[in-house]
Design a protein around this ligand. Structure first.
Ligand SMILES: N[C@@H](CCC(=O)N[C@@H](CS)C(=O)NCC(=O)O)C(=O)O
Length: 201
C-alpha cells in the first residue's frame, strides 16, 4: 500500500509527480499545509511537514528523499538508470536544487507573493535574483547540447530540479538570459504526469 500525504499545492506536488511518472498505484491524502502540524501528521513526520510517503510500512519524509526512494524502487527502467555514476549525478542535482536554488526562490516567494504587500522587501527579492544568477548559469551550461540533465533521457534528476524551478514563473523570475534552462523547464513541466498533478487537490 502506497500513500502520499500532502496537498498538491505544496512541495507534495514533487512526490505526486514522481508517483505519476512511475505509474505507482497510490492513495493521495491531500492534507493542507495548515494541517501539517496536526498530532496525526506529527506522528508520521516529527517536523510537522508535508509531503510524507508511506510505502509498505516504510515512512519517508523530505520531498527529495521520497523521490529518490521512489525512483530507486519503482523506476529502474525509466527514471533511475542502472549506473552508479548516474546515481551520483542524480544526487548531485537533487541536493543542488535544495541547497543552491530553493532557499533563494523562497525569499522571492515571500517577498513577491506570500507576504502582505506592506511586509514585502523588494531589495531582498532583488538580492535573491542576483544570488540565483550563478547557479542558473551553472544549470544553463550543464544543459548545453543535451536534452536532459543526464543526457538523452528524462530522469528523477530532471524531475527534482524542475519541480523546484517550477516556482520561478510565479515569482516573476526572468529566465530569458538562460534559454537552455527555459526550454528544458518548459519541456519537463509540460509532461502529462506533471499536468495531471496540477489538477489534484
Ligand atoms: N524540506 C522539506 C520541506 C517541507 C515543508 O516545509 N513543507 C511545507 C509545505 S510546502 C509544510 O509542510 N509546511 C507546514 C508547516 O511548516 O507547518 C521537503 O522538501 O519536504
Amino acid at each position: 500500500m502506497t500513500k502520499l500525504y500532502g496537498t498538491s499545492r505544496s512541495r507534495s506536488a514533487r512526490s505526486l509527480w514522481a508517483l505519476e511518472e512511475l505509474g505507482v498505484k497510490y492513495e493521495h491524502v491531500p492534507i493542507a499545509t495548515a494541517e501539517a502540524k496536526s498530532a496525526e501528521n506529527l506522528k508520521r513526520n516529527p517536523n510537522g511537514h508535508v509531503p510524507v510517503l508511506e510505502d509498505d510500512g516504510v515512512v519517508v519524509w523530505e520531498s527529495m528523499a521520497i523521490n529518490l526512494y521512489l525512483a530507486e524502487k519503482y523506476g529502474k527502467n525509466s527514471l533511475w538508470p542502472p549506473d552508479p555514476a548516474a546515481h551520483a549525478d542524480i544526487y548531485k542535482w537533487s541536493f543542488w536544487a535544495m541547497s543552491e536554488v530553493e532557499p533563494h526562490l523562497i525569499t522571492l516567494l515571500r517577498n513577491r507573493v506570500m507576504n502582505p504587500p506592506e511586509q514585502r522587501d523588494e531589495k531582498a527579492a532583488q538580492a535573491a535574483v542576483e544570488t540565483l544568477k550563478a547557479p542558473l548559469n551553472a544549470l544553463e551550461e550543464s544543459l548545453k547540447g543535451k536534452e536532459y540533465l543526464l543526457g538523452k533521457n528524462f530522469t528523477i534528476a530532471d524531475l527534482n530540479v524542475a519541480a523546484v524551478m517550477s516556482w520561478a514563473p510565479m515569482m516573476k523570475l526572468d529566465l530569458s538570459s538562460t534559454p537552455n534552462v527555459q526550454a528544458w523547464l518548459q519541456k519537463c513541466l509540460g509532461r502529462e504526469a506533471n499536468k495531471k498533478v496540477r489538477g489534484l487537490k
